[in-house]
Write a protein that binds this ligand. Structure first.
Ligand SMILES: CC(C)(COP(=O)(O)OP(=O)(O)OC[C@H]1O[C@@H](n2cnc3c(N)ncnc32)[C@H](O)[C@@H]1OP(=O)(O)O)[C@@H](O)C(=O)NCCC(=O)NCCS
Length: 483
C-alpha cells in the first residue's frame, strides 16, 4: 500500500520495497508448507456461558471473554487479525489500515482509509503533551515509565484542556512564558518567544469527522494510537537532549515515528520495515498487557487509564523487552564461530536463550518467520549488522536442532526484532516502547469490544491462610530478641 509521498520513488527504492513484500510472501509460503498437516483452529465459535475450562495458576487456560479481534493458533503457528492472516497484512497492508481493521472489524474503503490516516496524523501532533512531558525528568526515567506518564498527560489534555482552542491564540506557536521550558531556537521577531518545534505544517486540527467517531471512547482510541507513537518518539528525543519534533504530512505513522525519533527522514525501506514491525506487534490474544488494559476498562475507568495499564504490564521483562536481551546475548557471543561453545555453556548453566520459546506457540512463531528473513535482507546491505545477524542465524540453527523436537522451542517474535531495530540505529532502551506504539491498536480494539458487553473482571483467589487467629494487643505480643 502506497503512502502519500511527495516525490516519486527511485528504481532502487522501489526494488527494495518489492523485495520486502517478496520476503514476506516467501515466509508465508514456507509457513503454509511446513504447517499444512497441523490441526485447524479450535475454540473459534461462541461459547455458552458459563463455560467449563481447566485453569492453571496465572489464569492459564481460563476463558475470560469472546472476541472477534484476533486469534493465535499455537500448534500451527498462525496469527490472525479479524480473519486475515498476519502474512497477508504484512505483505499488503499498512499499520494505519491494520489499526482500522482491528478497531472497526473490517478493511476500510479508500475514502475511509484516507480519512483515518489523515486523522491519525493530526492525532500525532501533540505539542502540549510533549511540552508537559518535558517538565518531568524524562531522561532519567525508564522509557516505559515515561510513556505511561505521557498517556496520562494526553488524558489531561483530552479531558479538560484546550481541545478546541488548540493553538488558537498563539496561532502556530506556543508561548514560552506559559512555563519555564528552555527554547531550542532564539525568538525570530515575534512578540513573544516561540518553540521552534511547533511549525504549522498542518492546518489547525479539526475535531474528528463525525462518521469515524462513534463515541468519546473511540476518539480516545484515535488520540492514543497517534499519540503513543509521538510520545514514544519524543521520549527518544528528550533522552538525547533534543526537543520533540512534530510529524511530517507525507509520512506514514511508522515513518513519522522514525522521523520524530531520529530527526532524519527515514528511507522508504526503513519506513516500510517499521510499518511491518508495527503490523506484526499490533495484537496477540489475551496476553498480560491486553488483559491488564481490559481489566481496567471493565471498571468503566477511561481508555487512557486502560492503555496506561497496558503499558505498565508490557514494561515487565517477562512480557515486552526480551529483544533487548537477545541483542545483548548476540553481542556477548560476538561472532558466529563462538556460537557452539556459547550454547554448550548455556545448556550446562541451564540458561534460557532469550528470544526462544513461547507460552502459546509450540511451533515457529509466524512473526519470527517474517522478521528473520527481513533482518537477513537488511544485514545483506549493512556490514555492521552482518555479524550480529549471522550469529543469530547460527544460534537459531543450534537451538532449534536441540529443542524443537523435544520441547517445541522455536524463535519467538523477539529473536529478530532487535536486529531489525538495530539496523535503523534505534537505542535498545526504546525497543519496548516500539512494541507499545503498535500494541496500543490491539489494546484499544479489545477494550472497545469488551465494553460492548462489559462485565467487571473479578476472578477469585483460593485462601490458604490461617483462620480464627485471636488478636493480641501489641504490648502483649512476644517480641523478637534484641528489639
Ligand atoms: C517465553 C517463555 C517465558 C515461555 O515459558 P513457558 O511456556 O512457561 O515455558 P517454560 O519456561 O515452562 O519452559 C518449558 C521447557 O522449555 C525450556 N525452555 C523454554 N524456553 C527456553 C529457552 N528460551 N531456552 C532454552 N530452553 C527453554 C525450559 O527450560 C523448560 O524445560 P524443562 O521442561 O526441561 O524444564 C520461555 O520460553 C522463556 O523464558 N523464553 C525466553 C524469554 C523470551 O524470549 N521471552 C519473550 C517471549 S515472546
Amino acid at each position: 500500500m502506497e503512502q502519500t509521498r511527495t516525490r516519486k520513488l527511485t528504481e532502487k527504492e522501489r526494488a527494495e520495497l518489492d523485495r520486502v513484500t517478496e520476503v514476506i510472501l516467501q515466509a508465508k509460503e514456507k509457513a503454509y508448507r511446513e504447517t499444512d498437516s497441523e490441526p485447524e483452529p479450535e475454540l473459534t465459535s461462541a461459547v455458552d456461558w458459563p463455560v467449563q475450562c481447566t485453569v492453571g495458576p496465572g489464569l492459564e487456560g481460563a476463558i475470560a471473554a469472546e472476541t472477534k479481534i484476533g486469534y493465535v493458533n499455537g500448534t500451527k503457528g498462525s496469527l490472525i487479525y479479524r480473519g486475515y492472516d498476519i502474512f497477508d497484512l504484512c505483505a499488503h497492508s499498512t499499520f494505519e489500515e491494520t489499526s482500522y481493521l482491528l478497531l472497526h472489524g473490517r478493511l476500510p474503503s479508500t475514502a475511509e482509509l484516507t480519512q483515518f490516516t489523515a486523522l491519525l496524523k493530526r492525532k500525532m501532533l501533540i505539542p502540549r503533551t510533549h511540552r508537559l512531558l518535558m517538565t518531568f525528568p524524562v531522561e532519567e526515567m525508564l522509557p516505559m515509565a515515561a510513556l505511561r506518564l505521557g498517556t496520562n498527560l494526553m488524558r489531561q489534555k483530552q479531558t479538560f484542556r484546550d481541545q478546541d482552542t488548540f493553538l488558537a491564540e498563539a496561532k502556530d506557536h506556543i508561548a514560552t512564558d506559559d512555563d519555564s521550558i528552555p527554547m531550542e531556537t532564539p525568538p525570530k521577531g515575534e512578540k513573544r518567544s516561540v518553540f521552534e518545534f511547533i511549525r504549522h505544517i498542518f492546518s489547525r486540527p479539526e475535531t474528528a469527522p463525525s462518521d469515524l467517531i462513534s463515541s468519546e471512547e473511540m476518539e480516545s482510541c484515535y488520540n492514543l494510537i497517534g499519540g503513543v507513537a509521538s510520545v514514544a518518539a519524543g521520549i527518544g528525543r528528550i533522552r538525547q537532549g533534543r526537543m520533540p519534533l512534530e510529524p511530517l504530512p507525507d509520512l506514514s505513522l511508522a515513518g513519522n515515528y522514525l522521523y520524530m525519533l531520529t530527526g532524519r527522514r527515514p528511507t522508504p525501506l526503513e519506513e516500510r520495515v517499521m510499518d511491518v514491525c508495527l503490523i506484526l506487534h499490533a495484537d496477540h490474544g489475551m496476553n498480560a498487557s491486553t488483559f491488564a488494559a481490559m481489566v481496567v476498562a471493565s471498571t468503566l475507568s477511561d481508555v487512557y487509564f486502560a492503555i496506561g495499564s497496558g503499558i505498565a504490564a508490557l514494561s515487565g521483562p517477562l512480557h515486552g523487552g526480551a529483544n533487548v536481551e537477545v541483542v545483548q546475548v548476540l553481542e556477548e557471543i560476538g561472532s558466529p564461530k563462538n556460537v557452539t561453545e556459547w550454547y554448550k555453556r548455556a545448556i550446562k548453566e541451564h540458561r534460557k536463550v532469550p528470544g526462544f520459546g513461547h507460552r502459546v506457540y509450540k511451533a515457529y512463531d509466524p512473526r519470527a518467520r517474517v522478521l528473520g528473513p527481513l533482518s537477513a535482507m537488511l544485514a545483506e546491505a549493512d556490514d555492521n549488522l552482518k555479524p550480529l545477524y549471522e550469529t543469530a542465524s547460527k544460534l537459531e540453527g543450534e537451538v532449534v536442532a536441540a529443542l524443537s523436537e523435544k520441547k517445541k522451542i522455536f524463535p519467538n517474535v523477539d529473536f529478530y526484532s532487535g536486529i531489525v531495530y538495530r539496523s535503523m540505529g534505534i537505542d535498545p532502551h526504546l525497543y519496548t516502547t516500539i512494541f507499545a506504539v503498535s500494541r496500543v491498536a490491539g489494546w484499544c480494539a479489545r477494550v472497545m469490544e469488551y465494553l460492548e458487553h462489559n462485565r467487571i473482571f473479578r476472578p477469585r483467589a483460593i485462601y490458604t491462610g490461617t483462620l480464627n487467629e485471636q488478636y493480641v494487643p501489641i504490648d502483649q505480643r512476644s517480641q523478637p530478641k534484641g528489639s
